[in-house]
Design a protein. Structure first.
Length: 394
């Protein structure tokens, strides 16, 4: 089949600037290159590094870069914004989409696949013969979504990253037959414990006797950091229990104007010596940092679309303490994770689960093995195969 891929219109593909969705696009493009399945053209915003990436040498994957950075493009974007005040997405995204769509409709594609921007479907002409498929990574299409019914009707197929997201789509039409669930995958070869590490505990003032809780994610209320800090305070009788936060520091000056960060700074003042920050780290360095932890604690309080951080922790063979929000229960099981409900006593439940795992190494060992086994279901190869199988089913 001849397939056009509309990306998010923010970050480039190849994913030279990162981005979860962009990395997932790279995964299925790599699979397509290896197996020569389809003729695919990816419509990406321009980026100097992406435009010289080795992936562009593929015989089956083609890349069309939309100029959004030049002086002329900026003028055109602003002029377009003056003429079109009522846009579905931000005018910069709409500009990218319009440029890409103009190219698409001049070509014969069998499928136009829209990555995480279902609103794009509103502007694809009905007379254009290609099937329109949405790949939805977030809760962007439900009964409360603007123009939800029209967007839903325009799709010939919808791929969601979890059954949780699929159920959200079903709030539009409960007799849906368009949706297929395809779970995301990760590079399991990257997320594995290595014999030789690039970082060690002593690099972060941790010792072999410390019991290290690993947290990876953005420091925002929805990720539950405040509850984790309260749980750590309740474990004051166990000073060897330390928290490793992979990411920025809320003690740094760069976050001084953030109210939530300031609240966390005040809250954690008395346990500051038990919290270790790695600072920002590139994604490829995350596995070696996770390897420093004894368990992963990922207490999200919002409905995660799927929960890639849980999958990454499983692949590292870490027992997990997490919550039952959104798609998380579709990734972890009771064999590899303590799955908590988000209630008013979540901090107490976190403390109890952490302490139980600290005091029972045999339980940790069993959970670690189960986590590693479970992670094999989330390989990038399985993801790509299921993804193309789903496309073929519409």
């Amino acid at each position: 089949m001849k397939i056009a891929i509309l990306t998010s219109g923010i970050l480039p593909v190849p994913a030279t600037q990162g981005g979860a969705v962009e990395n997932l696009i790279d995964f299925y493009l790599e699979y397509n290159d290896q197996h020569q399945l389809h003729d695919i053209t990816v419509y990406s915003v321009d980026d100097e590094e992406a435009m010289h990436h080795p992936a562009l040498q593929s015989a089956v994957n083609h890349y069309h870069f939309v100029d959004v950075r030049s002086f002329g493009a900026k003028i055109r974007k602003n002029f377009r914004h003056l003429l079109n005040k009522e846009e579905y997405y931000h005018y910069t995204i709409e500009y990218y989409f319009e440029q890409a769509l103009n190219h698409i409709i001049r070509n014969d594609y069998d499928i136009v696949l829209i990555e995480n921007r279902p609103g794009y479907g509103l502007k694809i002409p009905r007379k254009y013969p290609a099937k329109v498929i949405y790949h939805i990574h977030n809760d962007f299409l439900n009964a409360q979504t603007k123009s939800a019914e029209e967007i839903y009707e325009r799709a010939d197929g919808i791929i969601t990253v979890s059954d949780y997201i699929r159920q959200r789509v079903l709030t539009i039409w409960d007799r849906d037959k368009k949706c297929r669930v395809v779970y995301n995958g990760i590079d399991l070869r990257a997320f594995t414990k290595k014999a030789e590490r690039t970082v060690h505990r002593h690099d972060y003032s941790l010792t072999d006797n410390d019991f290290v809780l690993g947290f990876a994610g953005r420091i925002i209320p929805e990720k539950g950091v405040q509850h984790l800090l309260t749980a750590l305070q309740e474990l004051n009788d166990f000073p060897e229990i330390k928290l490793l936060i992979i990411g920025g520091s809320f003690y740094g000056n760069e976050m001084d104007d953030d109210q939530y960060i300031n609240e966390l700074r005040i809250q954690s003042a008395n346990i500051r010596d038990r919290i270790v920050f790695t600072g920002f780290k590139p994604y490829q360095e995350v596995p070696d940092l996770l390897a420093l932890a004894d368990i992963a604690v990922l207490p999200s309080t919002w409905n995660e679309p799927l929960g890639l951080t849980c999958i990454e922790a499983m692949a590292m063979g870490l027992p997990i303490v997490t919550t039952d929000k959104g798609g998380i229960p579709e990734t972890v099981t009771a064999e590899c994770a303590q799955i908590l409900q988000v209630t008013k006593k979540i901090h107490q439940d976190l403390a109890e689960s952490i302490l139980m795992l600290y005091q029972h190494p045999e339980k940790r060992e069993a959970m670690a093995k189960a986590a590693l086994n479970r992670s094999h279901q989330f390989s990038k190869e399985r993801y790509a195969k299921d993804f193309f199988d789903a496309i073929a089913s519409f």
